[in-house]
Design a protein around this ligand. Structure first.
Ligand code: SF4
Length: 419
């Protein structure tokens, strides 16, 4: 590897994965393409291939900044996925000819200042279930990817912490370390840890940190992190439903995530767009039947979903979801990779909101029956797919998150939906 690339390290918590060839990553997933991928695809001359005459293989995205992704069929399958569930690029040109993301998925490198942390994208069901070999056995795949694209493991600038206030990595790590401790605190259940983290963000966002030196910042962070445990006690005692404005914002976020649920398959057509527009209106109203998102969901109403408590939801079932949030915090994936450019505090809030979203989807997917492990894995893959999905990394989503924070409703949402 070049001198400028960072050493690659796995997390202090053991993650597991082996590919089970389920093909889920080739359905409903947007595969971004960089310049090297585009050149490689051009060299493969798919436009001259008899099976791809007139078929669009690459889609351009973004108005100002050009971004590209692999095209999908009408039903959301990758344009290169064959009827036998294999990759056409792989079949014709071999593994090395595939776009980089396809070759390394679900491995994820998170470059910091002195190390690139190797973790997993849990949009892969095997990774979400922690199934397979220890991640360190796949380290060579990451090393090879970095040899080809050194930028994957080059030191990254720290994200802004609050608004546009950017500090050095050591200062930023004071805050991420505090959030990591709150989110991995085994004394508390996950819902309580998330409420602690959100309360920390609320108070910290009001502090003027621009002129504080490191010792002052360290003292402030420690004080706040110690205080939040007491501050959320009343919220848990009350367990009040979120207000109307917060519920509308929340359901709009749910509607964006729901498109990423493995049981949903959306087709590229005007009819589908009209159906989605109607569904969006229904989600704003939040009354009556929940629009059908596919055959895999039972019929229900918004009111029933609001009132229903989760059935038996034991520690074992919650474990994969808890692991998702813990690894996000320890790997700093949420802060660096999930929504590039977002301030750290907003990124943590967006991560925390994924929890009530996941539980809303779990209620929706299960109907009257109790959740099973497969249901939990599905909701993890759905919320992880939100990373890199344009509606959930863009300005509108950030505005919704900020509005929920300004209303003081984020903790309430987390607590209410976990009941
Ligand atoms: S989703 Fe995961 S397990 Fe399934 S084919 Fe892709 S990498 Fe393999």
């Amino acid at each position: 590897m070049s001198d400028s690339t960072l050493p690659i390290k796995t997390l202090p918590i053991v993650e597991r994965w082996d590919c089970t060839s389920c093909g889920q990553c080739c359905r409903g997933t947007e595969i971004p393409l960089d310049d090297d991928d585009l050149q490689q695809l051009r060299r493969q001359q798919w436009d001259r291939h008899p099976d791809y005459q007139g078929v669009q293989t690459v889609v351009r995205q973004g108005m100002l900044r050009r971004r590209y992704r692999l095209a999908q069929r009408d039903d959301g399958r990758c344009v290169f996925l064959t009827g036998e569930g294999r990759c056409r690029i792989h079949e014709e040109f071999g593994l090395a000819a595939k776009p980089l993301v396809c070759r390394v998925y679900p491995l994820q490198l998170v470059p910091l200042d002195d190390v690139a942390l190797l973790t997993l994208r849990r949009s892969c069901p095997a990774a979400a279930a922690d199934q397979g070999s220890e991640l360190r056995t796949h380290r060579d795949t990451a090393v090879q990817a970095v040899r080809q694209r050194p930028q994957l493991a080059q030191a990254a600038p720290p994200p802004p912490i609050i608004g546009s206030v950017r500090r050095s990595w050591p200062d930023t790590r004071l805050v991420t370390d505090a959030l990591e401790r709150l989110l991995t605190d085994e004394q508390y259940p996950l819902v309580r840890r998330l409420a602690h983290g959100l309360r920390f963000c609320d108070v910290f966002a009001q502090c003027r940190i621009r002129k504080q030196d490191r010792p002052q910042l360290a003292e402030l962070v420690t004080l706040l992190a110690e205080g939040v445990r007491q501050e959320v006690v009343d919220l848990f005692r009350e367990r009040r439903a979120p207000g109307r404005a917060a519920s509308v914002l929340f359901r709009q976020i749910v509607a964006d995530y729901l498109r990423l649920h493995p049981r949903v398959s959306l087709r590229e057509s005007w009819r589908e767009r009209l159906r989605l527009a109607a569904a969006a209106v229904a989600f704003v109203r939040g009354q009556g039947p929940v629009p059908r998102w596919g055959d895999g969901f039972p019929e229900t109403t918004f009111e029933a979903l609001e009132e229903r408590k989760l059935g038996h939801w034991g520690v074992e079932l919650q474990q994969p979801l808890q692991r998702y949030f813990e690894t996000m915090a320890v790997s700093l994936q949420y802060a660096v990779a999930s929504r590039p450019g977002w301030p750290l505090i907003d990124n943590f809030r967006a991560l925390a909101v994924a929890y009530p979203v996941a539980l809303w989807m779990l209620r929706y997917a299960c109907g009257e029956r109790e959740p099973a492990t497969e249901d939990v894995i599905e909701i993890i893959t759905a919320i992880d797919r939100g990373q890199g999905y344009a509606p959930l990394i863009g300005r509108q989503h950030r505005r919704r998150i900020s509005q929920l924070a300004a209303l003081g409703e984020l903790e309430r949402l987390v607590i209410w939906h976990a009941r």
